[in-house]
Write a protein that binds this ligand. Structure first.
Ligand code: BGC
Length: 357
């Protein structure tokens, strides 16, 4: 039997609170510590640093709440990931938390889980065209808007320049959301001819080597006169910067990013990457683990927003993001304990480091 969703609601200032209750399944005990809740976590990949951090922090919080987590990662392969979901269902998990490789293909995973009476949370990336129970993420269009706004304002001549765009994986619905946010900001500049997009492409599977190829192609076709690379995440920023360094351009071309990966923060400290978007993983992982335990225990979960996944408005919990540059590394990621001072500045001589907080 599939999860029953109750839309209960109350108006609270401008937002609508959606009460979501699972009445059909789960161990049903009030205290998760007593009922041996098992959470299935199916990840697209563990190749990028951020997903290892997501896994570790999610598991830690779930264990603190008395739950166990079975983790499987699919190495960016849809067939493997559907197999992982089937394995977790066979293991009789109480709730499934999925980071889909392909947000559309994973609709099948939601159907299979629901047939087994298991509720599904899409973690960070939405699962499209499905009867998904809950979506926990960040405001992804805003990520794209912040990246593009930073780029526009920090071009050598603000508001004008020649840029290269690297979007993410076509299979990841987020990549389209980031692009939509970026387009919103860039469109007027492009229409006026103030910003010229020399070259743009999607980096398959978000791989740095594919991002590198995109920048190599841009340089071969247009020469080194590039003012900025709008890279959609830190992995692709890394690939772009490698291509720029081969031409002696690293540090002279503005490069954006996202995820606040340790290596990206080191590049920002060193000046080869201009910015990243910090998506506080502690908030996301704690939130998702708590919601997963509540769903498994048939407690009422409150979501303040909805996101349309093509089939229906899915109850959603979306957290805020922050732009990180050289100027606020200490006040953001270091202060929050996402990364240590030593890790960020280890490549820099003592004299070039900011005072230790
Ligand atoms: C996430 C990004 C991540 C990218 C590649 C996206 O869905 O939102 O944080 O960099 O996937 O893994």
């Amino acid at each position: 039997m599939k999860a029953r969703i109750l839309l209960v609601v109350a108006s609270l200032v401008a937002s609508v609170l959606i009460g979501l209750a699972l009445a059909s399944r789960g161990p049903g005990a009030d205290d998760p510590r007593d009922d041996g809740i098992v959470i299935g976590l199916s990840l697209d990949t563990l190749k990028e640093a951020r997903w290892q951090a997501d896994r570790d922090m999610f598991v830690k919080r779930a264990e603190e709440l008395g739950a166990r987590v079975l983790v499987l990662a699919a190495n960016s392969d849809d067939t493997v990931q559907i197999g992982d979901v089937e394995k977790l269902i066979t293991n009789k998990v109480d709730v499934l938390v999925i980071v889909p490789h392909d947000g559309t293909a994973m609709a099948k995973g939601v159907r299979l889980a629901h047939e087994a009476g298991i509720p599904v949370i899409a973690y960070d990336r939405i699962i499209r065209d499905s009867d998904l129970d809950l979506y926990v993420s960040f405001d992804n269009e805003r990520v794209g808007e912040l990246q593009a706004r930073y780029l526009v304002e920090h071009l050598p001549t603000p508001g004008k320049g020649r840029i290269v765009r690297i979007s993410g994986a076509k299979t990841d619905h987020h990549a389209a959301q980031f692009k939509r946010g970026q387009d919103k900001v860039l469109q007027p500049y492009i229409e006026r001819g103030d910003i010229v997009v020399l070259h743009e492409d999607w980096a398959e599977d978000w791989k740095p080597e594919n991002a590198k190829r995109i920048v190599n192609a841009a340089i071969s076709a247009h020469g080194p006169g590039i003012d900025a690379v709008l890279a959609s995440n830190d992995g692709t920023a890394g690939g772009a910067i490698q291509a720029l360094s081969e031409e002696g351009l690293a540090g002279r071309v503005l490069v954006t990013g996202q995820d606040a990966d340790d290596v990206a923060l080191q590049r920002i400290a060193a000046g080869t990457q201009a910015m990243t978007i910090y998506k506080p993983l502690k908030t996301l992982t704690r939130g998702a683990a708590e919601l997963a335990v509540q769903l498994a225990a048939r407690r009422v979960v409150v979501a303040t927003q909805t996101v349309d996944n093509g089939q229906r408005p899915v109850p959603a919990v979306l957290f805020d993001v922050v732009t990180v540059t050289r100027d606020n590394i200490l006040d953001t990621v270091v202060r929050d304990g996402q990364v240590s001072y030593d890790e960020v500045y280890r490549g820099l001589p003592e004299a070039q480091r900011p005072p230790r907080p």
